[in-house]
Design a protein around this ligand. Sequence first.
Ligand code: NAI
Length: 741
Amino acid sequence: ARTPQTTATTGTPEADAPIRWERDGTGVVTLVLDDPGRSANTLHQGFVAALTAVAARAEAERETLRGIVVTSAKKTFLAGGDLTELIRIGPADAAVAFDTSMAVKRALRTIETLGVPVVAAINGSALGGGYELALACHHRIVLDAPGTRIGLPEVTLGLLPGGGGVTRAVRLLGITDALLKVLLQGTQYTPRGALENGLVHEVVTSPGELTERARAFIDAHPESHQPWDAPGYRIPGGTPSSPRFAAELPAFPANLKKQTGGAPYPAPRNILAAAVEGSQVDFATAQTIEARHFTELVTGQTAKNMIQALFFDLQSVNSGASRPTGPEPRPVRRVAVLGAGTMGAGIAYACARAGIDVVLKDVTADAARAGKAYSERLLDKALARGRTTGEQRDALLARITPTADAADLAGCDAVIEAVFEDTALKHAVFQEIVKVVAPDALLCSNTSTLPITLLAEGVERPADFIGLHFFSPVDRMPLVEIVRGGRTGEGALARAFDLVRQINKTPIVVNDSRGFFTSRVIGRFLNEGVAMIGEGVPAASVEQAAAQAGYPAKVLSLMDDLTLTLGRRIREETRRAVEAAGGTWTGHPADAVVDRMADEFHRPGRAGGAGFYDYAEDGTRTGLWPGLAEHFGRPDHQVPFADIQERMLFAEALDAVRCLEEGVLTSVADANIGSIMGIGFPAWTGGVLQYINGYEGGLPGFAARARELAARYGDRFTPPALLVTKAERGERFGAEQQRTG
Ligand code: NAI
């Protein structure tokens, strides 16, 4: 429906266009980004057409224009590319992708070269395409509001800014700063941070001031040009042909490798190429180069994987697709955290940070106070870096009450237990407090290995009992795995979900199983790495393969950190449980290696001073243990490098399929997000199940490769029935967003 034009303007040809043209009596036009019927402005095809139209109109009316202000009527300024459109672009659509990128560039170029002042009045987040639009303005003013972010985060979704962002960032900041501060990490700046780093010109504190300052700029600069269009302009810091820059250039490929670990992330490489190549040519040629590099990325599989997982799956997980819909949200006011060790201290901080009062209980008051001191240290660091204020620090600390007295837990409406990993102890702890806390308090355990259903047997009100599995370090790890026990009620599940969201973490919901989803699947990765040592594969190859696959931690070093004895203890518990249930225990080829390492060589891992690696006195790794080659090496046995790499990835992906088959997982999004954000499955894959979707040849291709690995290395690679059926039916795992027509 068309809405009547109410502003005192010359009107717009299309009142329902996503960009409004509002001209006042003084010849200043405000372009209001306000896409009807959408919650945010994005650069979808229709929006690009509107941008092209306003650029043409501005050019036509140039003689009578005094200036242009670009602002938005939405909460965000402009969110950037339309990901629902971008994820559908297949290799066959390269020409369309290239043309769209060029169309955006042309419109922005027209506006910035009109000769009249153009001001970005950035009222909310300007990320990606939003900041690219702002970059095409002569002056950028941003309203300082909580949550407002400025930057070019395309790289985090496997893309590059294809709307002139690379070309302009390089010309604004110089190649080095553009790459390191903006393009390669995709840093999202607060308004103040954007000002300090030269991304914007002014920060204001009220919407009125935003308009005022925009007007003031126009009045003071009747003619405006970009610095890069001025005669004699040189890129700050020089170009690759200048001696100063040439000295820095060789560091870039090394930096890239450091960022990606040699894993297949094409975006940083294309960004580097677009920046360097584009810096040596004129503006127009640079834009074409940028569009080519953009097209290559957007038509490729990695961008699809990353958009699927890190945008769509993340959105689905956080928005509560796995939350029961009935129960009304009831924010937690006062939480009891039991155990003030590594995890309890971190959980207390996360809760207090979200404004929840925390009673932090340990066996002694000193231990509880030590747990609180952890928050103090984190806050002091944040204070020193300007990330918090003294007032905020004190308020947060005032919310944490350390104690050894159970009576202090009175009135707590949620409990999170993080005492030692011991069933009897956990039962005793819940028994002690359950009568003290609110009668309907939510009861959570942060156990990492004990089945929730079993733990619930020793807890009153098992319907209110649930697993809340945090990851270490809690302040930095965004994921929480919610584990639903056999007797957990829907209400408890909903409340646990809401609590995780309340503390700004990402919840995945899984059904109880040994190791839940995350520990179970990462166990397959660790076992596979260790099993290869047993086969005689050189340890250095195994570690290098893990790094090149994109795992943030190499497999043997991670095993050392977790200790081999922990793995063995979990294995023994699992074996006993399987046998008690009348099942037959089939071990893993890794078991024999772990046993020899621990018993014969007394190398139980880092905490024990020796493991697959050697360690110095202070615990730093000094190198792989040479004994590995001596005791396990088999120079005659060759395992192709691609197999070493894929055995780790496949071991995890196949087990995730089994988790889905067994009902441990109930959603594909949970699997993808849980694997990337919880256990370091490489992000370029889009997560454990998206990895299968995106594998060459899709599900059938993946299943065929799994059979090949099974024939070479063992039954554990045999594709599960669910995979086979889906492959036969031409299905995939999860949503259909990225299907092309
Ligand atoms: P920790 O050893 O650092 O801390 C345990 C704390 O519980 C100690 O401060 C201890 O004094 C306290 N405690 C013992 N008995 C208590 C009682 N009766 N009342 C109150 N406090 C008592 O252990 P951590 O690493 O924090 O682990 C705690 C739980 O979290 C375990 O169940 C563990 O499996 C789980 N977990 C650990 C992760 C990790 O990375 N460390 C990750 C996820 C879960």
